[in-house]
Design a binder for this molecule. Structure first.
Ligand code: RIB
Length: 293
């Protein structure tokens, strides 16, 4: 079982011809209101890939809460650990350029009220994979990581957005997934960072695929799907969710990373984070189209 501890947002997406410079206004196309949040996105990606998923998070008692939560329920995700709190549902303002690049600003709202205590001990155990990110309070994420590890479960941390973490926490984490910029905040040498983790540091590199730096000193890379991106929003979340689902199903790390990489490529082919996430059959087919390294 996968336990996602993380953010739940509504994304306000504005397509723009190009991303604005600071202080500049650009005119865009029609906006869309879509479900998002790194936690929710990763939960949907794992669920579509075939995993049983429970999510712990928080929303407000506003109309955005249903926009954010209904798709999770429809996807088959267990949302009983999502609290309703006295703050607005998290909201992300996202601009997507014609080349598929994005800029994101998050109004965290209810996500700042997420706490480890809302997850009872009975929910997790040795078979649990905790999937978490940095959009809910880091102290609560750290507490959740330590609790799952004490119960014998494993931990996948997506270091997004890049915030400082307690160095002593690294030894409690099986896998860190980060893009190159996020990984650099942990230190200059990925191999050295990996040696402090339980299993590996995975650095995602967009069109160049991803590299796994193993705690035992090993290193290998997986390629990306050759695609022309329409919207990269949620591609990293798809990578994380699909990797967690593969590991939950007993796959080896390299197999899981190939599935994650293929799925992340597919997720760039339509606008929105969750709407473009592939199911297990689509991932299977795309893995066969990955180039040799
Ligand atoms: O990773 C993409 C996500 O980041 C968006 O859905 C947005 O809500 C922000 O959390």
């Amino acid at each position: 079982m996968i336990l996602v501890f993380g953010s739940i947002n509504v994304d306000v997406i504005v397509p723009v011809p190009r991303l604005p410079e600071p202080g500049e206004t650009v005119l865009g196309g029609d906006y869309q209101l879509l479900p998002g949040g790194k936690g929710a996105n990763q939960a949907v990606a794992a669920c579509r890939a075939g995993a049983d998923v429970v999510i712990a998070g928080a929303v407000g008692s506003d109309s955005f809460a249903r926009v954010a939560l209904d798709p999770l329920v429809r996807a088959g995700i267990d949302t009983r650990l999502v609290r309703t709190v006295a703050a607005p549902t998290g909201c992300a303002a996202i601009m997507v350029s014609e080349s598929g690049e994005n800029m994101i600003a998050v109004a965290s709202g209810a996500n700042t009220a997420v706490c480890s205590d809302q997850v009872p001990d009975a929910i997790f155990g040795p078979e649990t994979i905790l999937v978490t990110q940095m959009e809910v309070p880091p102290a609560e994420t750290a507490a959740m990581i330590r609790r799952v590890r004490a119960a014998g479960g494993s931990v996948l941390l997506n270091l997004a957005p890049a915030l400082a973490i307690d160095p002593s926490l690294l030894g409690e984490i099986d896998l860190v997934v980060a893009n190159a910029g996020e990984a650099a905040t942990l230190g200059a040498d990925p191999g050295q960072i990996a040696s402090r983790l339980r299993r590996a540091l995975i650095v995602t590199c967009g069109a160049a695929g991803a590299t796994a730096y193993l705690a035992n000193g090993g290193i290998f890379s997986v390629p990306a799907l050759p695609i022309v991106p329409i919207d990269t929003t949620g591609a990293g979340d798809t990578f994380v969710g699909v990797l967690a689902a593969a590991l939950d199903a007993g796959a080896a790390l390299e197999t899981g990373l190939r599935r994650a990489s293929a799925a992340a490529g597919l997720a760039c082919l339509a606008r929105g984070a969750q709407s473009s996430m592939p199911d297990a059959a689509m991932i299977e087919q795309a893995v066969r189209q990955l180039p040799e390294r």
